[in-house]
Design a binder for this molecule. Structure first.
Ligand code: ZN
Length: 267
């Protein structure tokens, strides 16, 4: 015989703290990381990308060096040697190219963030979050009532007033109702969680204002470096010359102009 299990399942509660926590952590992480990766740059002075460039081939941090003869900065060829004695093949490049490129990436990133912000604004005419929460609460109360009714079915069955068929029908009715309510609850919950737009709004605005600071401190490498570290986690740099080009003289134009690739990891 089928048993009616009497359990008051508590519907999940909306955890807005989680969202706040995650975003707070992001900021803290960026700041902590900026603090820990600081290394004195006595020889080179602070450049815009100090401590930010990583080798895309082996993952090691790349060295920025001042070339006194040429009076310019370069990203040094990666010097990592793995356990099998193989040298990393990532070649160096003049730093200024990479700096310009990072700024370009940043510009694109800013445009993307602005678009996201605008699309958020168009969603704002939806019902307020408060309204959502009230509805959630009402549905939760209804679910509780239906669950209780389900439990009382056992008492009803014991009284012997209703036939088995009638009880079965009542039970089905309650089950359908419950399924409907739970679906409603689920949908609403998804909506509420998607509607964290206000927090996202704030976060996007924050990043955008940081990018603005970066663009304004163009001529102050040290400030620029600090500001960049708040939004960029790592810049992955890759410039692996094919063998036929690597054997050419360092003065070869083809070798000198061989392109590099950047991938930027933002916070
Ligand atoms: Zn490497």
């Amino acid at each position: 015989m089928e048993r009616i299990v009497c359990k008051h399942a508590h519907p999940p509660i909306v955890k807005e703290e989680i969202w706040d926590e995650v975003n707070k952590n992001r900021e803290v992480r960026a700041e902590a990381s900026a603090f820990f990766r600081e290394k004195p740059a006595l020889k080179t002075g602070v450049t815009m990308l100090k401590d930010l460039i990583y080798c895309n081939e082996c993952g090691k941090k790349m060295t920025i060096r001042k070339d006194n003869k040429l009076k310019l900065f370069t990203i040094k060829k990666c010097e990592y040697v793995n356990d099998r004695g193989e040298k990393c093949s990532n070649a160096g490049v003049k730093l200024e190219h990479v700096e310009r490129n990072v700024m370009l990436h940043l510009k694109k990133y800013r445009v993307k963030l602005k678009q996201t912000l605008e699309s958020l604004n168009t969603q704002e005419d939806l019902i307020t979050e408060e309204g959502h929460k009230d509805r959630l609460k009402r549905i939760e109360e209804e679910i509780k009532k239906v669950e209780e009714k389900k439990c009382h079915l056992i008492d009803l069955a014991l009284t012997g007033i209703f036939t088995h068929a009638e009880l079965k029908e009542k039970r089905q009715e309650l089950m359908d109702n419950l399924a409907y309510l739970k679906e409603q609850h689920e949908n609403l919950l998804t909506e509420v969680n998607n509607r964290k737009s206000e927090d996202m709004h704030e976060q996007l605005e924050g990043t955008l204002s940081k990018i603005k600071t970066i663009e304004e401190s163009k001529n102050h490498p040290e400030e620029l470096n600090q500001a960049l570290k708040l939004i960029i986690k790592k810049v992955y740099y890759s410039r692996v010359l094919p063998k036929n080009i690597a054997v050419k003289s360092t003065r070869s134009e083809i070798r000198k102009n061989y392109p590099y690739e950047l991938k930027i990891e933002f916070y």
